[in-house]
Design a protein around this ligand. Structure first.
Ligand code: NAD
Length: 427
């Protein structure tokens, strides 16, 4: 379907790179704020980008050399923080863009961290477990001097998992001569990981959805929800919203979705980590494609699978009253403009799914204090942090003529800019 809205005409067409998105949002927020252009100029560039080669000996005896990156964007508010991904498409530019987005995400949550992102250009599915371990240990050693609990704290991302983080922690600790769990988050709890880390992004999506529907005077028992993606983010969000009385009518995975107007029993549907791509095997009155799911006439739609699914091609056909971004970057800039014109609120990813980095912060606190928190404490503190961030963003939204995304970026950028102003520029 072709785009019909004229409001998108002056926006560049999608998809755009993570770096373009991060810079565009920075400029948008700057346009609303009275801050020094020099600070914005500084924030358009990463502080440092480390590029390393990572050689490993494959099981057939060949040596293969991969390229790895760690892009450190800004650390004015605290150590750099951000994931490490293993994916064939990892580039320097992508790491810089995603690192910038981490700076905004940490600032909107008021966490004492800056933003970073790293990765290795490799298809992890081509590696055996032993090769992946070797790759992780060698990469850790190559970036060892620039990471650390007070410098830069990596976390899992696409293609990496708690086991990868345990290897990273071990490689770093062995070289430093002591066990240093705070160098990385997203570890298994037995080696210093936090309880509740896995479900945290989905939980934060659910909390923000609950607050958004209240803001728009909807009652939870009369609210219908469709969730795209039934992985870590989508399944945890859907189950909590179901528990809180909302009517989750549709969920999906990469193969498509299931629909029940009377509400699905979300707890009986296999989540991605329980049984990958098994949503369609669950009985339901109707099935829908992923495209149809996004266009269902529901109160809330939550894209929680992949980026760039709300575009000029479908933004005019979205029938939901509210969009909550569970995935990173599900809405293109052209689609955002159409939603703004149609007055459909879009609650942005940097707020909605920030539960992940927030519980990573809790993990770091537990590690440096050598004191594990109970799951109840993690949930209580996450609830408090999400509500505080929601209130801060809502306050900006209420006083300005802009979108929820603008409001979130304004909160983030004003915090970063004030910190830069107070600290000044090292000559
Ligand atoms: P996941 O791998 O656990 O699950 C992804 C789900 O999406 C699966 O159900 C999969 O079948 C489905 N899917 C994949 N491709 C699809 C497609 N083309 N159409 C529809 N469904 C598709 O992933 P996740 O950890 O839940 O991450 C989902 C999104 O949330 C990503 O954008 C990720 O960057 C973002 N996110 C994740 C975290 C985290 O810590 N897990 C934190 C913040 C943001």
């Amino acid at each position: 379907m072709a785009a019909t809205s004229t409001s998108a005409d002056d926006e560049r067409d999608e998809p755009e790179s993570a770096l373009e998105t991060a810079r565009r949002q920075l400029q948008h927020a700057f346009d609303h704020l009275d801050i020094d252009q020099n600070i914005v100029e500084r924030l358009k560039h990463p502080k440092k980008v480390h590029e390393v080669t990572v050689p490993i000996e494959r099981e057939n005896g060949d040596v293969e050399v991969y390229t790895g990156y760690r892009a450190q964007h800004d650390s004015v508010r605290g150590p750099f923080k951000g994931g490490i991904r293993y994916h064939p498409d990892v580039t320097r530019e992508e790491c810089v863009g995603l690192g910038m987005l981490m700076t905004w995400k940490c600032a909107v949550m008021d966490l004492p961290f800056g933003g970073a992102k790293g990765g290795i250009a490799v298809n992890p599915k081509d590696l055996s477990t032993e090769e992946k371990e070797q790759l992780t240990r060698r990469f850790t050693d190559e970036i060892r001097s620039v990471i650390g609990p007070t410098k830069d704290i990596p976390a899992p991302d696409m293609g990496t998992d708690p086991q990868t983080m345990a290897w990273l922690m071990d490689a770093y600790s062995m070289q430093e001569g002591e066990t240093i769990p705070g160098v990385v988050t997203g570890k298994p709890p037995i080696v210093g990981g936090s309880k509740g880390r896995d479900s945290a992004p989905g939980r934060s999506v659910a909390i923000i959805t609950r607050e958004a529907i209240e803001y728009y005077d909807k009652h939870s028992h009369e609210t219908s929800v469709a969730v795209q993606g039934f992985g870590s983010v989508g399944s945890n969000a859907a189950k909590l919203l179901d528990d809180w009385g909302m009517n989750v009518v549709a969920v999906s995975d990469v193969n498509g979705g299931i629909y029940d107007a009377t509400g699905l029993d979300t707890h009986s549907i296999p989540a991605h980590h329980e049984e990958p791509e098994a949503v369609m095997t669950h009985g339901a009155p109707e099935t829908v494609t992923n495209d149809e799911l996004l266009e269902l006439n529901v109160d809330v739609v939550i894209p929680a699978a992949i980026g760039n699914v709300l575009t000029v091609d479908n933004a005019d056909d979205i029938a939901a009253d509210i969009v909550i971004e569970g995935a990173n970057g599900p809405t293109t800039s052209a689609a955002s403009a159409i939603f703004a014109e149609r007055e459909i609120p879009v609650i942005p990813d940097i707020l909605a799914n920030a539960g992940g980095v927030t519980v990573s912060y809790f993990e770091w606190l537990q590690d440096i204090n050598r004191r594990a928190w109970s799951l109840d404490r993690v949930h209580d503190e996450l609830e408090a942090e999400m509500l505080a961030a929601w209130r801060d963003v809502r306050k900006e939204f209420d006083v300005r003529d802009g979108t929820w995304r603008d409001a979130a970026y304004i909160v983030a950028l004003s915090r970063i800019a004030k910190a830069h102003e107070m600290r000044g520029l090292w000559p």
